[in-house]
Design a protein around this ligand. Structure first.
Ligand code: AMO
Length: 435
């Protein structure tokens, strides 16, 4: 019943076998073509599109008038007869008996939805709502929807529950420089850079939690890989260490790649991309090994420092596909990261890389209060301002580990898009706050 007011069928449900059936479809005018004796409208709806054929001699006058009246992107409802036709796309079209104009679009559009007129990224993002009507752009977001579904399925299978933590918070977690301040009833607060501290506390209550939510970073860098608001897939689990956390991440990545390949065949075809395959396990190299490789290549890189973007690019040329870099220098990682027992200069942390792009990072966390305070002080942070976090370490904090995966960066790999803004509905960066 739900369908009957405006339509009996979606565009893609119209099949040649339905020859002669009376149907009602509704959607947007994708394209309009006037060949004189014959006129064509391609009607687009959420399922795809269907051609309407109007004949100068056989169609009702009201239908011909409607053809001239409607502009591209107008919303119409069409009642008509299904016609089998070898010339029509998918071998079928509709001969309209009645066209109802539900809402007329302005004849000058800020973006051509049918993609006949090319547009650069800024134009596309300025007219994002029209851009999101493009079938190829929709394919990206259908894949994204499936990715979210698969991630949730895998993590629930593994005993995680989905949680939502506050995004207005009192202190930084990933270093102070990139924080967005918020005026909070006269006090200073910040937008959360990560659910880090909350997910750790929750691991002491639920053992296994995950969150898929926004993370905010005042990113100065204007790159195709940074946003000031991105979606972070976060997990935290009690009674595992970083190797266990990598195992879970590996399974999530493998299952997503597999699921998208199997379930998004049409979308992948539309965007012309094949996601990578993983054969076997994802290699886990150490920071030491990464530095050795780079030095062997003649790269001027100091042991103990973070790996710079140019060095990362070099590494990505040498090691293709997905790989982990683990056992980072303790000084390069946040205070909550567990140092290695046999060498506290290194810590139980990892990054998941794809070529030179960092997709996720994680670690074993410090679960003893004394060490946590020492690490805060070592990084010049005040334990007092983390009191709301630290105090719970007195009441039974289990050993735990976790990771955060940048969903939007992961989407780049899955779709082959080159700019992170393409895989986000309404991207936020230093220059863009609307739409
Ligand atoms: P990290 O700071 O490495 O770790 O962030 C995790 C992942 O988030 C993605 N990411 C971004 N994506 C788009 N735009 C950005 N500005 C941006 N910044 C980061 C990356 C990165 O790998 N709390 C830890 C995770 C943990 O240890 O559990 C954290 O936030 O893909």
């Amino acid at each position: 019943m739900e369908l009957l007011k405006y339509r009996t069928h979606y565009a893609m449900q119209i099949k040649p076998e339905m020859q002669g059936e009376r149907v009602i479809v509704a959607g947007w005018v994708h394209t309009k073509r006037d060949l004189g004796g014959k006129k064509f409208i391609v009607l687009r709806d959420k399922s795809g599109s269907i051609q309407l054929i109007i004949s100068k001699h056989e169609s009702e006058k009201s239908v011909i008038d409607a053809f001239y009246d409607i502009s591209k992107e107008s919303v119409i409802m069409v009642e008509g007869i299904v016609k089998k036709s070898d010339k029509a796309p998918r071998g079928v079209e509709i001969f309209p008996l009645k066209i109802t104009l539900l809402n007329k679009a302005s004849p000058i559009l800020p973006l051509d939805v049918s993609e006949k007129v090319p547009a650069d990224m800024d134009t596309r993002l300025n007219a994002r709502i029209l851009d999101l009507r493009r079938p190829r752009v929709q394919a990206i977001f259908k894949i994204r929807d499936n990715v979210l579904k698969i991630i949730r399925t895998v993590l629930r299978e593994k005993g995680f529950i989905e949680v939502n933590t506050p995004k207005i918070i009192a202190t930084a977690t990933e270093g102070g420089a990139q924080l967005f301040p918020v005026l909070y009833f006269g006090r200073e607060a910040f937008l959360a850079q990560s659910p880090q501290l909350y997910k750790e506390l929750l691991a002491s209550a639920f053992e296994r939690v995950f969150e898929i939510g926004p993370a905010y970073r005042a990113e100065e860098s204007d790159t195709p890989f940074h946003l000031s608001e991105f979606i972070s897939v976060d997990i935290e689990a009690a009674f595992i260490d970083y190797e266990g956390a990598m195992d879970i991440l590996e399974e999530v990545v493998v299952r997503v790649l597999d699921g998208v390949r199997r379930e998004n065949i049409e979308e992948l075809e539309l965007i012309g991309h094949e996601p990578p395959k993983i054969s076997g396990k994802i290699p886990r190299i150490t920071y030491d090994e990464a530095i050795e490789i780079l030095q062997r290549e003649g790269f001027d890189i100091k042991y103990g420092e973070d790996i710079s973007t140019p060095a990362q690019r070099k590494l990505g040329e040498i090691i293709e596909g997905f790989y982990f870099i683990k056992d980072w220098p303790t000084d390069t990682r946040p205070f909550y990261t567990m140092p290695k027992e046999d060498n506290p200069n290194l810590c139980e942390a990892f990054d998941l890389m794809y070529g030179w792009l960092e997709v996720a990072s994680g670690s074993t966390r410090v679960h003893r209060k004394g060490l946590l305070i020492a690490q805060l002080e070592r990084q010049g942070l005040s334990p007092k301002s983390f009191e709301y976090f630290i105090k719970w370490f007195d009441y039974g904090m289990p050993p735990h580990a976790g990771w955060g995966l940048g969903l939007d960066r992961f989407m780049l790999i899955l779709t082959g898009c080159r700019n992170i803004r393409e895989v986000v509905l309404f991207p936020r960066d230093k220059k863009r706050l609307t739409p």
